[in-house]
Write a protein that binds this ligand. Sequence first.
Ligand code: GAP
Length: 458
Amino acid sequence: MSKQTRNFPLDALVSLAKQRGFIYQGSEIYGGIAGMFDYGPLGTLLKRNIVDAWVNYFVHGREDMFLIDSAILMNKKVWEAAGHVEEFVDPLVDDLKTNKRYRADHLLEDKGIDPSKMTIDQMTQAFVDNKILSPEGNPVGPVRKFNMMLETKVGAMEDSSAISYLRPETAQGIFVNYKNIVDSFAPKLPFGIAQIGKAFRNEITPRDFIFRLRELEQMEIEYFINPNADWLAIFNTLFEEQKKFLESVGVKADSVHAYEHPDEARSHYSKKTLDWEFDYPFGTKELTGIAYRTNYDLTKHAEFSKTKLTYFDLETNEHIVPHVIEPTFGLDRLVLALLVDAYEEQDLGEGNTRTVLHLQKNMAPYLCAVSPLLKNNPEMVEKAQAVYKTLKVATKGRTIWEDNSNIGKRYRRQDEIGTPYCIVVDHQTLEDNTVTVRDRDTMAQERVAIDELKNYIA
Ligand code: GAP
């Protein structure tokens, strides 16, 4: 249930993200489009840093993982087989006056009622019993199921054969490639297939900035195990790995909490689901998930596609259908979590404040900013340009040139985008080839020889 968990409002972060070029409302000049956001230059760099860290952790850092990149549009039978046509639904109610639709479970939550264990009929009854109206104060109809897949048409035909869906999860691209991976690489069980990519959900009420989107990005793993293996032990290990990864990119250990979904609230394919929830400014809610999908998907796809999707176990000489444990991450929610945990409005005394993003060094869009103290001093500018060019190569591009307005404002701007080091070429540099390095978090300044800068920053 939501509660305020941070001492700053989400709006402060949203406005910083926009002003500083992290995240913009999608199609903003046309009034926007609900549930869509565009990543600006800095948000894109932050997102790439997360993706690189994820690939390093879960793919390069292991010997049992294959990374793929499957098509977003798939044969619509994929979604019939996987159960999404029937089951990928949210409960909604219609405002009987305006015909606007709302998430029934969210309206119940807003009234302090926990809908997580309720059936559709029980939710309808709860609306009646508690005389709950729409947010506009009108009566609502009965709770109904609403399919969240976004439909599209592929090819020139206009009939139902042309219908396809924008994938609502990257997972199915993995299941339909299971046989390809087994045929190409003959991996031993257990092994995983990982994928990062866009997914689309026609959320009825997209909200809370990039928390509930209609176009989102996921980083998912389907981990195939022997059906006789101790699935719970593997499940628990992978769940802990998820937390370790979150901490490795800078999510604070005490901002995340384990949550187990009750039986009634699990997705149709899952026998056990746990989330790592995060303390967002608007409440404690899901950041990542892990599900025990059993052999549900492979069995369904084998049945619908009439393709053998078994695994030949050399030890027992048997054909088996592997079971699957699925650790999943929402990339946008992780961007949000990192921004939330990094954000600080600091009181510097005497009426001065600064806003800082304490992003971890490997996550910050830029590692350092280089400035000439005086931008009308050609000698200083030339020297600073030389330092900038050297560091740009040394940091693989993660160095920014900063010569706008005065030095104080430059520091503030770099604090707001989370740049760990500001390097200033000043009068002394021209005499002894040292520069000032200012630390984002402590604001302490140190003199460092230009020759030593690469090591200092590394
Ligand atoms: N393949 C399993 C699956 O898709 P999910 O819990 O529905 O499970 C996985 O989604 C992750 O995707 C979630 O943990 C969350 O981080 C992210 N996610 C789900 N819906 C989202 C939305 N509407 N906007 C942003 N992120 C979302």
